[in-house]
Design a protein. Sequence first.
Length: 175
Amino acid sequence: MFSKYRPTWTVDALYHLDTEELAQQKIKGVLVDLDNTLIAWNNPDGTPELLAWIAAMKEAGIPVVVVSNNSAKRVDHAIAPFGLMYVSRAMKPFTRGLKKAQQKLNIPNENLVMVGDQLMTDIKAANSFGIRSILVKPLVESDAWNTKINRAREKVVKKNIFPTGITWERKLIND
Ligand SMILES: [Mg+2]
């Protein structure tokens, strides 16, 4: 019942995803959630680590697409400093946005990964769409009210999937 929320990997932060490890896993394109995964509300310009990660991904030739449930206006404004492609109104946990991103990249599902901070939206969408996924720690704890409701539900799911708690890795390590 809870397996649809299970991520392939748990990594503490987006910027710890190493281009060589991604290549080893045959990952050729990365779909990434916006809020609390790529950037935090209190640091909209991104951290130096994030900027370095984006540069490393570009150099490695691994495209990154932001897949967000937010409006085009909001996403366009938010990611302007980073020069990334995006899909807005993605409707996660449904697969619409992931499908759009997949078509944009024209990379097969087995070579894609979705990175996000929420099991109920990001990871569920990835599992429904049939791609691997990486759960990351939310960048900040304080959040929008609708996310808070999701997080309450998410607590129940988390307890079932990770009964002894989540081990946040710095690498792609399979359990
Ligand atoms: Mg998020």
